[in-house]
Design a protein. Structure first.
Length: 464
């Protein structure tokens, strides 16, 4: 039997790749609803702030040290860094920083982080080609919608098979954004997606430790998506219909019978308006339980030392973090026991809580051991439409329960524009200085009016 006859051709979403190519080519700033433009500004502001602060992260600094040892400086400013990079390294370093401190945005129904892959690639290319703010906004929206549509179609099967959705799906978002800025023809954009798909990857094995690699996943996806566009621009070809084809993306990363349609606007609402923004520097899957626990402690005036047991019922993907340790900074941000211990002791989660001295505190270890996590069917089935967590706290004076359906920063519990600006200033201010950070925030809120993105990106760089 011929190979072509041995496998059934997969068409879970007929012409999904062509639909994505058409969406990217047709989208125009002038046609975007005001709400979509506003959310685009919000997510650019948020991601840039995280990139600037994340540039000081240990993994991001080591990544830059590796590149500096083998390459000369380039000409593209990198947010939060003094040293310039070449085009693709700028995307890689920006993506690594954006995903490096667990404060980047995300889309629940796909368990993906669009901003950390789309915006670094878009900023780098828009700077290099001196695009205007409207073109950058078009690129950002197309990139977000690509990540969201494919991520939603493949979730949760892609994650349950052991892949990191941001890394696997992110290459399409970076390619969509860069392809929009490069004004690729439909034929060459399709080739770019075909090339990018072969760079998709990223294992979720970091949930068992070694969380540093998680940070690099976003940088890799941002760089590879951008590189795919540059290669297609030069005439390099990729496989046709790569999302839905036999031996294509969905066959490799998910099961066709479990996928949904790759739904894009106008057939589906713009997903960028449904992305969450993180107020806490830790894994989003664990934040609902942390917020429910803090709510109980504050409402009932319970000290952490009084708590005998903490029982959490949540969805399965979140519950898998119950076995994650906290031996290093990156793993601690993903560790259910450690984050619950922080909530018990500090009633909050801050960057300084992941320092070596804090992680080694025996009292926190004792508190972490009070946690039990389960994933009962009645709670698990609510995901991914919601991120539920039912928390029960047992003390000598009684037992108290609270259930939350989402964490703060979601569409249901939004972070307002003023709070978002405060988050940005808190992240960018220590790096750029308060005055420069404030000026940058104002420019980002007026992104549409900027004539040359190069000057904008230059203002994101760390002073030499």
């Amino acid at each position: 039997m011929a190979h072509a006859e041995a496998f059934k051709t997969l068409h879970p979403q007929a012409a999904a790749t062509a639909a994505l190519v058409e969406f990217v080519g047709d989208l125009r700033h002038a046609d975007l609803p005001d709400e979509v433009r506003h959310y685009a500004r919000r997510h650019v502001l948020d991601t840039v702030g995280v990139m600037i602060a994340g540039a000081a992260g240990e993994v991001a600094n080591r990544a830059e040290a590796v590149l500096a040892a083998v390459r000369l400086p380039g000409h593209v400013p990198v947010p939060g860094r003094a040293r310039r990079a070449d085009l693709m390294d700028a995307a890689f370093l920006g993506g690594t920083a954006a995903h490096g401190i667990e404060l980047d945005d995300g889309f629940t129904q796909g368990s993906v982080h669009p901003g950390c892959v789309v915006i670094p690639a878009a900023l780098a290319l828009a700077c290099a080609r001196r695009s205007n703010g409207r073109a950058l906004m078009e690129a950002v929206v197309t990139g977000y919608e690509a990540v969201i549509a494919i991520g939603r179609a493949c979730h949760p099967d892609l994650r349950q098979r052991g892949f990191h959705p941001t890394a696997a799906v992110g290459v399409f978002g970076a390619a969509a954004a860069a392809g929009k800025l490069a004004a690729l023809s439909p034929e060459r954009l399709a080739h770019a997606f075909g090339i990018a798909a072969s760079s998709a990857g990223g294992l979720f094995a970091f949930v068992n430790g070694g969380g540093d690699i998680k940070r690099l996943h976003a940088g890799h996806a941002a760089r590879e998506g951008l590189q795919a566009v540059l290669l297609a621009e030069q005439g390099v070809e990729g496989p046709p219909g790569v999302i839905e084809a036999r031996d294509g993306f969905i066959q490799a990363f998910a099961r066709a019978e479990k996928t949904r349609a790759v739904a894009l606007p106008p057939g589906a609402p713009f997903g960028i308006t449904d992305c969450y923004i993180k107020p806490n520097p830790c894994c989003r899957h664990i934040q609902p339980a942390v917020e429910a626990l803090i709510g109980i402690l504050e409402e009932e005036d319970i000290a952490g030392e009084e708590v005998e047991r903490v029982e959490v019922a949540t969805y399965r993907i979140a519950a898998e973090h119950a076995a994650t340790g906290w031996d290093d900074f990156a793993s601690a941000q993903l560790s259910f026991p450690y984050l619950i211990a922080l909530a018990l002791k500090f009633r909050g989660i801050k960057f300084e809580h992941f320092a070596d001295a804090v992680r080694r505190d025996p009292a926190l270890g004792a508190m972490a051991r009070k946690l039990t996590v389960t994933a009962p069917p009645e709670v698990d089935r609510l995901y991914p439409q919601l991120r539920p967590a039912r928390v029960t706290v047992a003390t000598a004076r009684g037992s108290y329960t609270r259930q939350v359906e989402e964490a703060r920063g979601s569409r249901l519990l939004p972070l307002g524009d003023a709070a978002l600006t405060a988050k940005f200033l808190g992240l960018a201010g220590p790096v750029l200085g308060p005055a420069r950070a404030k000026d940058l925030a104002e420019r980002l809120w007026s992104l549409d009016a900027i004539d040359d993105v190069a000057s904008l990106v230059e203002s994101m760089a760390k002073p030499a």
